[in-house]
Design a protein around this ligand. Structure first.
Ligand SMILES: NC(=O)c1ccc[n+]([C@@H]2O[C@H](COP(=O)([O-])OP(=O)(O)OC[C@H]3O[C@@H](n4cnc5c(N)ncnc54)[C@H](O)[C@@H]3O)[C@@H](O)[C@H]2O)c1
Length: 333
């Protein structure tokens, strides 16, 4: 395949970013876009090429080599089912769904079909993540603290639990995914939410959530999410091992050890480009660096939903760990 012909489903904020990045690749042609808001699809097609299609079936009939799924959390499911049935590689924006059933169902279809997939956890492409991994090699993590402290984003669906899944699922998922990558799997969570939605129309999410996490490797951790600010205050991780403290965010890694403190800047735009580059290379058969295929994102989704469930029910939630563990999340009696 010389040119990778890409279609997009959804033409909102993140689709525009992917279209811009993909448009900058010499070996990609955007065949078109579909969105329930036809005018949004037309604008994106006008800006980056291709046609505005009426629906996913019409887009698939144009024979794309890959499809980007950039819909809000609640809209996942039927879109992916159609793409998997057509056997077309797909890149899905996080979170992969608003619930677990949808994500498990799609993961199962993807596995049966042996389909190439990628998910938009682009933080995994920050070079400082590899640096952190090297620093932690052979040193057990003792403690990790993750946080996403921000505002309510300006999209109408965000503050509705049944539309976004809530801040932990929709936003802090990036941090949870990185925790899993650097510290390992979580076996149990206990979370609290404040039960007080932010002051926006129709909101029913918690404004703040804090969770305690137990990791399979022995570490303990916390995850805090807040949407009560007017700005993005902090998003990232703090990891402690014996004699080593790491602070990792999208813009860099701060390392503190017996030699003192040093900071390695990161390139978030580079990571956003790298995630698309790796997916396109894999579709073209010239690369093998998709770091978060659908099955891997499913594990992050299980963790995020376990925290949301614990905050809602007030009870600890345990998670399956090994590959042979049953799917789903069980509430401890
Ligand atoms: N990886 C990242 O850094 C990153 C950044 C931003 C957003 N996102 C994720 O991307 C997703 C979308 O976010 P956004 O900011 O683009 O939202 P958005 O609301 O700006 O855009 C979503 C678009 O999808 C369309 N849509 C809804 N249902 C559809 C359907 N069934 N078929 C086709 N189109 C449909 C809407 O009309 C809208 O144009 C969210 O899950 C969000 O978490 C990821």
């Amino acid at each position: 395949m010389r040119t990778c012909r890409v279609g997009l489903v959804g033409a909102g904020g993140v689709a525009q970013r992917h279209a811009r990045v993909l448009d900058g690749f010499d070996d990609v042609e955007i065949v078109g876009v579909t969105d329930v808001a036809r005018d949004a699809a037309q604008r994106l097609a006008d800006a980056h090429g291709g046609r505005a299609f009426a629906d996913v079936d019409e887009l698939l009939a144009a024979g794309p080599d890959a499809v980007y799924v950039c819909v809000p959390p609640f809209a996942h499911g039927p879109v992916e089912e159609a793409i998997v049935a057509a056997g077309v590689p797909m890149f899905v924006e996080k979170p992969v769904a608003v619930d677990l059933d949808t994500a498990e169902r799609i993961a199962d279809l993807v596995a049966r079909r042996g389909l190439l997939t990628g998910v938009g956890h682009h933080w995994r492409y920050l070079h400082v993540v590899a640096e952190a991994r090297e620093l932690l090699a052979g040193r057990p993590v003792r403690m990790v603290g993750g946080a996403w402290l921000d505002k309510v984003p300006p999209v109408a669906w965000w503050a509705r639990r049944d539309r976004s899944g809530g801040p932990v699922v929709e936003q802090a998922a990036h941090v949870l995914d990185l925790m899993r990558a650097l510290v390992g799997e979580v076996t149990e969570v206990s979370a609290y939410g404040d039960g007080a939605p932010p002051p926006v129309d129709g909101a029913d999410i918690d404004s703040v959530t804090t969770a305690a996490l137990r990791f399979a490797g022995g570490a303990v951790g916390t995850l805090s999410a807040a949407c009560v600010l007017g700005w993005k205050h902090r998003a990232g991780l703090e990891i402690l091992a014996d004699g080593l403290a790491l602070r990792l965010a999208e813009d860099g890694l701060t390392i503190r050890d017996a030699d003192g403190e040093r900071h390695l800047p990161a390139d978030p735009d580079g990571a956003r480009t790298a995630v698309d580059r790796a997916f396109v290379d894999a579709v073209r058969g010239v690369g093998d660096d998709v770091r978060v295929p659908y099955a891997e994102a499913l594990r992050t989704q299980r963790l995020a939903l376990a925290i949301a469930e614990s905050a809602r029910t007030g009870r600890p939630v345990s998670l399956p760990t090994g590959p042979a563990a049953p799917a789903g999340v069980g509430v401890d009696a």
